[in-house]
Design a protein. Structure first.
Lengths: 259, 303
């Protein structure tokens, strides 16, 4: 009988509200009711500001929560603005990230969109009309293909050091754009790595590769797994701390350049 | 016997192929049992000789020819579902209630057990060429799943076989697009008459072109619109034609008259001698193709 009177919780309900930050600036906050949310949560990243609410949280509580955290929100937005990366602009962008460095870029016109690296300089070849403000999808794709190729070259260089000690080689290694993860190993033995890793310093990338390869030995995060990581990559704690601190901005940089 | 597709994997120099015949014999194909869905194992590449089992590998110089055979039982799910529905209807008519989930599962299992021994057995085979000089294995399939199955069977037979899909250290799409846009091709390669162009967006337009001159205004228009080459037909001298994909799978691999002429000049009655000659020719052309593609696409070694 009780069932008749209780409302069935809705799934994701999403809307957007404007919030006055108090310094004359108004920002959009995405408000999401999530069936598994247990408390109110405010988060800020390169995708925007998001307020997550439990299904039954009241509107007034949400507004109070937002107002109470206005200061925090302002500080986080300033931090993000400092780390802001300009999108790719043909013949304007002067430096691009690769392997923990920002390399100088030389632009030229050619018969096809292509990126290649020579003597520490990124040569960007552009085909077709250029408006100077936006990179064409073909040019962004060419940059993505270049990053993929560089990542594959790094992996090919490091992999032989680790293969002999593993019971089997990974079935294949794929690179993709991941939202929050850095890597994964599927039950079929496919290692997936985030493309943003190629922008990080090489030892961070190498750590993620070693981490996923060790999952072939131990498909968990047990003590034995971390021992296996430790013998192959003793400085893993430093890299893990680096990801916790700077990982988000790495993903944001790739997002700004390719999307 | 000529391979039609080539899916490539590379393996380290430390792999030894000594005692290969004994190791393969341990993983030879066993007939599929009456209650098994499928079986896989190595079979003689040259077939049986006068009723005698042939060797499970065939070697010419640095090239090995292996064949993974298999037997699959054909039991379409629509047949099972149809018979299951009839059984359920009978049960309902007799007992005046529908069978529960557990009982339906049991009925289905019983049906499968009953039908499997009567199902057709379809033989399958996949050939593989191991080039020990370049440490690469080419599998005659364009399906990644089938190719990975062959590698994993070989791993089981040899104990260890850390083969990885061939890896390009440049963007294959950029290289292929460059070739069609007028950049010089590697010596020995020439453009064919087929290509596939894709929009950079994942859900963008796809243009497939066949039997058309690739150097022309029509293709230029597509390149101007930002489309990039995902597959490109090429020919290796006058000896082989093929379609190279951005996934580095070689499709529609075909030996041309320039190569096949060498075969026809000699008369052979014996089937084995014929297959042996064909494999020798194929292996030679494959080595030449790999020597061209390796530097052009910066294919990495695994050690």
């Amino acid at each position: 009988m009780l069932k008749l009177f209780t409302r069935k919780p809705a799934g994701h309900v999403r809307d957007s509200i404007a919030l006055d930050l108090g310094n004359g600036r108004t920002v959009d906050v995405a408000r999401v009711r999530h069936p598994r949310a247990r408390s109110l949560k405010l988060s800020v990243d390169e995708r925007g500001i998001r307020l997550t609410l439990p299904v039954r949280a009241s509107q007034a509580a949400a507004d109070r929560f937002l107002l109470a955290h206005r200061e925090w929100l302002r500080a986080r937005l300033e931090e993000l603005a400092l780390a802001h990366v300009e999108p790719l602009r043909p013949f304007v962008t002067a430096r691009l990230p690769l392997r923990g460095d920002w390399l100088p870029v030389e632009w030229s016109r050619a018969t096809s969109n292509r990126v290649h690296l020579a003597d520490g300089v990124l040569h960007m070849q552009v085909r077709g009309a250029v408006d100077g403000m936006h990179a064409s999808p073909a040019l962004r794709r060419a940059l993505q293909d270049f990053y993929m190729a560089e990542a594959r070259a790094d992996i090919a260089r490091w992999l032989p050091d680790y293969l002999p000690d593993l019971p089997r080689a990974p079935t294949r290694i794929t690179l993709k754009r991941m939202v929050s993860q850095w890597g994964s190993l599927s039950p079929a033995g496919v290692v997936a790595l985030d493309l943003a890793l190629v922008l990080a310093h090489p030892s961070a990338f190498r750590y993620v590769l070693v981490h996923e390869l060790c999952h072939i030995l131990h498909p968990d995060h047990s003590r034995a797994f971390w021992d296996a990581v430790d013998t192959r990559f003793p400085d893993w704690r430093d890299e893990r701390a680096w990801f916790a601190r700077d990982g988000r901005s790495l993903k944001a940089t790739l997002h700004a350049l390719l999307d | 016997m000529f391979f039609r597709n080539l899916t490539l994997f590379r393996f380290p120099a430390s792999i030894s192929f000594d005692d290969l015949e004994t190791k393969l014999a341990g993983a030879a194909l066993k007939p599929v049992g009456p209650l098994e869905i499928s079986s896989r194992g190595f079979v003689p590449p040259l077939g049986r000789v006068d009723g005698d089992e042939g060797a499970l590998h065939h070697r010419i110089g640095d090239s090995l020819w292996l064949t993974l055979g298999g037997e699959d039982r054909l039991l379409p799910s629509s047949v099972i579902n149809d018979l299951l529905q009839k059984k359920i209807d009978d049960y309902e008519a007799k007992n005046e209630r529908r069978p529960g989930g557990k009982m339906r599962r049991q009925m289905k299992d019983d049906l499968v057990q009953e039908l499997l021994p009567r199902a057709f057995v379809r033989p399958v085979r996949t050939d593989a060429l191991v080039d020990m000089k370049h440490r690469v294995i080419a599998i005659d399939t364009s399906s990644r799943k089938v190719a990975e199955a062959v590698v994993s069977q070989l791993r089981e037979a040899l104990g260890s076989f850390p083969a990885l899909p061939v890896n390009a250290e440049v963007a294959p799409r950029a290289v292929l697009t460059g070739w069609i846009a007028g950049e010089p091709l590697p010596d020995a390669l020439a453009l064919g008459d087929e290509c596939e162009l894709r929009d950079p967006a994942d859900t963008g337009a796809i243009v497939k072109v066949q039997r058309m001159e690739l150097a022309g205004d029509e293709i230029e228009t597509h390149l101007e619109a930002g489309r990039q080459v995902a597959r490109l037909a090429l020919s290796l001298d006058d000896h082989a034609s093929f379609v190279l994909g951005e996934d580095l799978v070689v499709r529609k691999f075909k030996l041309l008259d320039g190569a096949v002429d060498q075969l026809e000049s000699t008369e052979r009655d014996d089937l084995r001698a014929e297959l042996d000659a064909r494999f020798a020719l194929m292996a030679g052309e494959f080595q030449r193709l790999f020597e061209v593609l390796e530097p052009a696409l910066h294919l990495s070694a695994v050690d």
